[in-house]
Design a protein around this ligand. Structure first.
Ligand code: BES
Ligand code: MN
Ligand code: ZN
Length: 488
């Protein structure tokens, strides 16, 4: 979709559908003849302007557009950017299949950087469809080719807000495209190739550690998971370095990149296993965030590390009871081969600390089914070993409108991870499963300030929303970008 920002009076915006934000307080005023009809729409009570209310009118009198869509945003007073993002997205999705061009007009008090950004990202995120592999015609028919974000007056800062929102939302869609790819088409080396191609485009440094290099370094924990797959593993490293200054901080984003999770020998039930292609959503979010970070150039050096493996069964696969040695030196008894995410993350975390000297870490991982039990599909589960750093992450997630819920991480959970045969075992009991998983990571992340985000419940939408297609959400991309920019 080609998206542009222009100063165009709304009556003159040429589009198959013109989208206007509509509030509960009063009918929108366009200054054209259709205003009478809009007033009647409100006075009849048929349209109230509540959040996500939508109405579509044909041939609105006095407007250049062929259709007019009112996108309900609730009360003007408590209108949040997230509401506008969803309303604009839902309106664009309503236009799909009807026309190929839309315009979203913001007028009067709506012309703020925040709302321009919200409308822009709403449109871009709503345009995404996870149907890349469909070869039939509906795919082409549903696509919106062009979107105009129109404002009547010149206001400084609006264009910047548009550009910023566009880069982030397009990066989020880049992540969603990766997450949606099935395990056969996106094995670890293909994920690495996609990261490498993106890096070349935006000017990032990209290094891929292969199996031999990881063996040489001593990443026994990661390699134990990888050994059951015919696809070789990769540790993908993307680096952004600011041009100016010699900052003392170094920020690392670590993302779980399991390109498919069968569970290994502790195999998962067949029902729903196909969804485990999204087990690299954390890694894909890290890659997508770097795409935006490269363009925004924050003051802090940022390195993304994506341990990429497939967790599979086979004659060479890891067994329950196997003992592996991590890069950190600690030995781990692998009681359950399906608790593989933590096993690959810790070697990436140790590498970031020892070989790159990072000072602040965040990781995102579709780590546990338990976090879905605890928080459903609403909040990202957040864990940290450092209150100050956690507060910065929380603030960034708030500006990004991605909701975190902090979970406990006390030492009382440690006991569950004691093994009779090794330094640690890779699972605890059924109870508090997302916490013991996080505690396992903490054993390696300490003492570096670190936040772990368990996105198992938030990286995939089982049912589409009016503003967003079913499938990958691209969660964490916005938070990662905001966080990197918080150093500015
Ligand atoms: N990738 C899964 C976690 C997951 C489950 C993500 C459901 C999305 C939806 C992870 O590797 C896993 O299998 N975790 C196990 C851990 C258990 C064996 C301790 C789980 O949560 O069941
Ligand atoms: Mn698993
Ligand atoms: Zn997994």
């Amino acid at each position: 979709m080609d998206i542009r920002f222009e100063r165009t009076p709304l009556a003159q915006a040429e589009a198959g559908a013109l989208i206007l934000l509509a509030f509960e307080d009063a009918a929108p005023v366009t200054g054209a003849a259709c205003d009478a009809a809009l007033a009647q729409l409100y006075s009849s009570g048929e349209f109230k302007g509540k959040p996500l209310d939508l109405v579509l009118l044909h041939s609105p009198a006095g407007l250049a557009a062929q259709r007019l869509i009112l996108a309900g945003c609730g009360k003007l007073d408590d209108c949040k950017p997230a509401t506008v993002r969803k309303a604009a997205g839902a309106a664009l999705r309503l236009a799909k299949g009807k026309t190929k061009s839309v315009a979203i007009a913001l007028t009067g008090a709506q012309q703020t950087p925040d709302l321009i950004a919200a409308a822009t990202s709403g449109a871009i995120l709503a345009e995404f469809e996870p149907e890349h592999h469909k070869t039939n015609g509906d795919k082409a028919d549903k696509r919106i080719d062009s979107c105009l974000i129109a404002v009547p007056a010149a206001t400084p800062g609006l264009e910047t807000a548009f550009h910023h929102a566009r880069v982030i939302a397009e990066s989020q869609n880049f992540t969603r495209e990766l997450v949606n790819e099935p395990g056969n088409l996106l094995p670890p080396l293909e994920l690495a190739a996609r990261a490498q191609a993106m890096a070349a485009e935006v000017g990032l440094d990209c290094e891929i550690l292969d199996r031999d290099r990881m063996a040489q370094l001593g990443m026994g924990s990661l390699l134990g998971v990888a050994q059951g797959s015919a696809f070789p593993p990769a540790l993908i490293i993307l680096r952004y370095k600011p041009e100016t200054a010699a900052p003392t901080d170094h920020f690392a984003i670590v993302g779980k990149g399991v390109t498919f999770d069968t569970g290994g020998v502790s195999i998962k039930p067949a029902d729903g296993m196909e969804k485990m292609k999204y087990d690299m959503a954390g890694g894909a979010a890290a890659i997508g965030a770097m795409r935006a970070i490269a363009q925004f150039k924050p003051r802090v050096p940022v390195t993304a590390l994506i341990p990429a493996v497939e967790n599979h069964v086979g004659g060479r696969a890891q067994r329950p009871g196997d003992i592996v040695k991590s890069l950190n030196g600690k030995t781990i008894e692998v009681l359950n081969t399906d608790a593989e995410g933590r096993l690959i993350l810790i070697d990436a975390i140790t590498y970031a600390q020892r070989h790159l000297g990072v000072t602040h870490m965040i990781d995102a991982a579709t780590l546990t089914g338990s976090i879905v039990v605890a928080l459903g599909h609403v909040h990202v589960g957040a864990f940290s070993n450092n209150d100050e750093w956690y507060e910065r992450v929380r603030a960034a997630s708030q500006s990004a409108a991605e909701s975190l819920w902090r979970m406990p991480l006390d030492d009382d959970y440690k006991k569950q991870l004691e093994s009779p045969f090794a330094d640690l075992q890779n699972i605890g009991t059924r109870w508090g499963g997302s916490i013991t998983a996080a505690y396992f990571l903490k054993e390696f992340a300490d003492p570096t300030p670190w936040v772990h985000l368990d996105i198992a419940g938030t990286a995939w939408l089982d049912d589409g929303k009016p503003w967003m297609a079913k499938g990958p959400t691209g969660i964490c991309v916005r938070t990662f970008v905001e966080l990197a920019m918080s150093w500015r």
